[in-house]
Design a protein around this ligand. Sequence first.
Ligand SMILES: Nc1ncnc2c1ncn2[C@@H]1O[C@H](COP(=O)(O)OP(=O)(O)OP(=O)(O)O)[C@@H](O)[C@H]1O
Ligand SMILES: [Mg+2]
Length: 222
Amino acid sequence: MGKGLFITGTGTDIGKTYVTALLAKKLKDSGLSVGYYKAALSGADSIKNSDAGYVKQIAGLEEDDELLLSYLYKNAVSPHLAARWEGRPIDKEVIQEGYKKVAARYDYVLMEGSGGIVCPIRIDDTQDLYLTDLIKMLELSVLIVAEAGLGTINAVVTTVAYARSLGIEVKGVILNHWLGNPMEVDNALMITKMAGVPIAAKVSQGATELSADIEVLKAMFE
Ligand SMILES: Nc1ncnc2c1ncn2[C@@H]1O[C@H](COP(=O)(O)OP(=O)(O)OP(=O)(O)O)[C@@H](O)[C@H]1O
Ligand SMILES: [Mg+2]
């Protein structure tokens, strides 16, 4: 089985897919075997036009489309609500199998979350299932994608505290939309000091490569 890393963020639309694509590309360009997996995605009409299709294309992954994603919903709402509206509840065994299939084929697997660390996956008469339950079920550690700018200290420190309160290990943070101004430089220092997690990389607007130490990136996978 390959090693995995779960990519979460401080919120939806923060750049998880964008950063995951660059991370996958960096690992692949270094000669490593890389796979991608997303449990549930809402707001797309096909895998090709989804987060999964984007990462596959940018990173040049050879993975079959069906392996990239287990549940695709049209409505752009939280997975638990899209699943309810569209009558296709998420089954955690399917997620376990879906992840395992990818991990059996690739040495490094990037699993992208939906939304931020707090995300309902299935809420009905039979069960309450949250994103964090999936992370724990798959025994993954997380990488947090966050904004580089104003507000990020609060967002990252609370995300890290929440993950840790559930026994989930945080391996690092990637700051997106990085400009490198004095406030952002201080944000990076404060996050490291207050949350005790390293900044693994900084990604600027329109970046086409991830500038980071490959050994540092590889060490985040477990
Ligand atoms: N560094 C960047 N440079 C240019 N565009 C970016 C950058 N980061 C994110 N974007 C763009 O911002 C939008 C949101 O990013 P993205 O889809 O990666 O977010 P996400 O966290 O994966 O969202 P979701 O919660 O829907 O999965 C996309 O259009 C993406 O291309
Ligand atoms: Mg995404």
